[in-house]
Design a protein around this ligand. Structure first.
Ligand code: B1M
Length: 210
């Protein structure tokens, strides 16, 4: 699709207005919000990520791309969330300490809400106390952790170990995700599951709360 290819270019160039316009056009063409997310925005961000890794793009450009992506997600959010699905349970989710990446976490939060979960978003750069205080105060069923850096992902184990120390570990379903993680890592830190993407997070949460 020509428009989707153009969106890839526009995301790469950080063109927020163009991304918003294209998302609206795809909606008019009856694309589902989920397809718009995954096939245009997430796919486009992958290219940005590859060129960031390879030193072709730098932080300022990637920030612009991220902002354009967020603008697109902002349009899709109410459509993903308003499904009238029955209430499934409550999740607190945040990006771990030292890490400010939030696009993937936001996407997971949106899709969880769309699936009927109540979501409390703790934002970025969360120390262990933030997770635990919120999980207790909100009477959450699920704790979700996101990390995008190899240097911040070990902090997830700190959170789980602290819950264990306090005798709270078994009170929550603990899900983790983020690009540098894998299933083995999830097992090693003692999470209930590693979730490859937002759709998997929803499916896993549904299975585990049941
Ligand atoms: Co950053 N960055 N970044 N960055 N950045 C990565 C992660 C990197 C892989 C880029 C690269 O080199 N290819 C690299 C990490 C390398 C490593 O750790 N080995 C990197 C780096 C190095 C950095 C800085 C250190 C750069 C610097 O300053 N020199 C710095 C760190 C800042 C910090 O956190 N302390 C930095 C900064 C930034 C920006 C601010 C410019 C920006 C973030 C903007 C924002 O988030 N508001 C940014 C971005 C955008 C990226 C890339 C390009 C894209 C991330 C993204 O949004 N992807 C990223 C490259 C990449 O990931 N390949 C990169 C789209 C998103 C939908 O996918 O987040 O994977 P993702 O989420 C998925 C799944 O992983 C999963 O579901 C989501 C949806 O399907 N998931 C979960 C995620 N969290 C989950 C939680 C769950 C379940 C599933 O809980 C239940």
């Amino acid at each position: 699709d020509e428009l989707v290819a153009q969106m890839g270019d526009d995301l790469y160039d950080g063109l927020k207005d163009e991304i918003e316009e294209a998302v609206n056009i795809l909606l008019e063409r009856k694309w589902t919000p989920y397809d718009i997310l995954t096939k245009s925005l997430v796919a486009g961000m992958k290219i940005v990520g590859d060129d960031f890794r390879d030193g072709i793009l730098f932080v300022p450009e990637v920030l612009l791309a991220a902002n354009a992506m967020k603008a697109g997600m902002f349009i899709l959010k109410p459509l993903l969330v308003e499904t009238g699905a029955p209430r499934m349970g409550k999740m607190v989710i945040g990006t771990v300490k030292g890490d400010i990446h939030d696009i993937g976490k936001n996407l997971v939060a949106m899709m969880m809400e769309g699936a009927g979960f109540e979501v409390v978003d703790l934002g970025i750069n969360n120390p262990v106390e933030k997770y635990i205080d919120a999980a207790l105060a909100e009477n959450a069923d699920i704790i979700g952790m996101s990390a995008l850096l190899t240097t911040t992902m070990p902090y997830m184990k700190v959170i789980i170990d602290t819950l264990k120390e306090k005798g709270l570990r078994e009170d929550y379903i603990i899900l983790c995700g983020g690009a540098p993680l894998n299933e083995e890592f999830g097992r090693a830190i003692g999470a209930d599951a590693y979730c490859r993407d937002a759709a998997v997070a929803v499916e896993t949460a549904k299975t585990l709360v049941a």
